[in-house]
Design a protein. Structure first.
Length: 309
């Protein structure tokens, strides 16, 4: 008798397909050049939304709703009306068969729909996308079980490999591992810090400088910065600001944790992802592949005091 794969594995498999399809939308909107940019909330915060953010979220949320109608999905953009959409978990949806060939760790095997929240950032790095820095963009789908980030998909639509193939998908499940990664480590003799390019403040700089960097990379996107850690291009992602939200960190945290890394707030507290949680990561973000405590100790008390957890 064949046993159907566990819920978390099916969610990751479906999310890989949805993220790639969203990536295609993001490339198409850019190549047509009609970005349809609107500002969200306070214009001073430079929080933008484009046609690509809207369409990519619609695709991902609809797809997950059709296949997993009982699973709570929280997306960055306004939720569109799912009323007319038929949930049909029995239909054959396209799945990533590579993901399905793995087995979940025992701890995740029996997870039920009501334990899960999926956090979706359909386009992370919108500010950079709107300015044409397309390689900073990622699609993030994070899966939390009982409030903990346990699985994630980080898709980079504009990544080009040596054969010029467009797009790459990195995914991970805590206890199983991370896939689609290079396995390169950052140089031991340096301290490379990655941080925001478009949402900097004095406090953000103070925290970065206190980490004693030999160089600082300023790039867009939480997903992109965690990929820099994973790719061995940086040692720590430091963001002492309440600007990042749960959809920015859930998938990157899960992928990083799958390969032994750590993402916390700047106090070292782990982030929670249950459905009632407040969206902003008010304690900021600190992410590392290793030596997390070393970087935590370097965050000054003045910075910590300005970002109550
Ligand atoms: P960044 O590193 O600037 O690309 O930020 C990472 C993520 O957090 C992106 O999704 C940003 O939109 C979001 N973010 C960071 N700071 C802010 C802010 N001050 N206002 C709104 N969104 C922010
Ligand atoms: Mg984002
Ligand atoms: Mg976004």
């Amino acid at each position: 008798m064949s046993v159907s794969p566990g819920l978390v594995l099916r969610l990751v498999s479906a999310s890989c397909v949805a993220a790639r399809n969203a990536g295609q939308i993001i490339r198409d909107v850019m190549s047509k050049g009609q970005l349809g940019i609107v500002g969200k909330g306070d214009p001073r915060l430079k929080d933008l939304q484009t046609e690509a953010d809207r369409s990519a979220q619609k695709l991902i949320v609809r797809r997950l709703f059709q296949q997993f109608p009982e699973v709570k999905v929280i997306g960055e953009e306004e939720q569109d009306d799912l009323g007319g959409i038929e949930a049909d978990s029995g239909t054959k949806f396209e799945m990533d068969q590579g993901v399905l060939s793995y087995q979940l760790p025992d701890t995740l095997n029996l997870v039920k729909e009501e334990q899960v929240v999926v956090w979706v950032d359909p386009l992370d790095g919108t500010a950079e996308y709107a300015q044409g820095f397309v390689e900073h963009v990622t699609v993030l789908i994070g899966i939390a079980v009982d409030g903990a980030a346990v699985a994630g998909v980080v898709h980079q639509p504009f990544y080009k490999d040596a054969d010029d193939k467009e797009g790459r998908t990195v995914w991970g499940i805590v206890g199983l591992g991370a896939f689609g990664i290079s396995g390169i480590s950052a140089p031991a003799e340096e301290t490379i810090i990655t941080t925001t390019r478009s949402h900097g403040t004095g406090i953000v700089s103070e925290a970065v400088n206190a980490c004693q960097p030999t160089s600082v990379l300023r790039v867009g996107g939480a997903g992109n910065k965690v990929l820099q850690l994973i790719d061995g291009k940086a040692h720590a992602y430091v963001f002492a600001s309440p600007g990042c939200k749960k959809w920015d960190t859930c998938a990157p945290e899960a992928v990083l944790a799958s390969m032994g890394g750590t993402l916390t707030d700047i106090h070292g507290n782990s982030l929670r992802y249950h459905k009632e949680v407040k969206h902003p990561n008010t304690g900021g973000v600190l992410a590392t592949v290793k030596d997390h405590d070393l970087f935590l100790r370097r965050i000054p008390q003045t910075v910590r005091d300005s970002l109550p957890a």
